[in-house]
Design a protein around this ligand. Structure first.
Ligand code: CO
Length: 132
């Protein structure tokens, strides 16, 4: 298991990129819209991990609601796992509160599932399994 990425909620990708790309000097490895989650995403590699900037595309998306409630900032921590279904099975058996009982599509051909912050000391946790 390793840290796949750290998700940061931003009001505007272009403005956030001025800080993370232009000032900090990180490269952007990809930008895409994940329609299912109502977000536009920019990925910036940092070593083996990445920063994931998330801009909402519709007002009812989870990132839009996060921004409205708490403003921009760290939104979630993502851990990479080899077998997402197996991880979800084990967490569920251990009594952990899952947001997603089964995998759903993520950015870049990955499959993801979110774990509720109430089971993870206030941290929204995303598990990521990479596709082929
Ligand atoms: Co993420």
């Amino acid at each position: 298991m390793n840290i796949e990425h750290i998700g940061i909620a931003v009001a505007s990708l272009d403005e956030a990129l001025e800080a993370y790309r232009d000032c900090l000097g990180l490269d952007v490895s990809g930008r895409e819209e994940v329609e299912e989650q109502g977000v536009r995403v920019a990925m910036l590699p940092v070593g083996d991990s990445r920063i994931e900037l998330l801009e909402p595309t519709r007002p009812e998306s989870t990132v839009a609601r996060f921004l409205a409630k708490r403003g921009p900032g760290i939104h979630h921590l993502a851990l990479r796992v080899d077998d997402l279904e197996d991880s979800l099975r084990r967490l569920k058996a251990a009594g952990v509160r899952l947001i997603d009982e089964s995998p759903r599509p993520g950015a870049g051909n990955s499959r993801i599932a979110f774990i509720h912050p109430s089971s993870m000391n206030g941290v929204l946790l995303e598990l990521v399994e990479h596709g082929e």
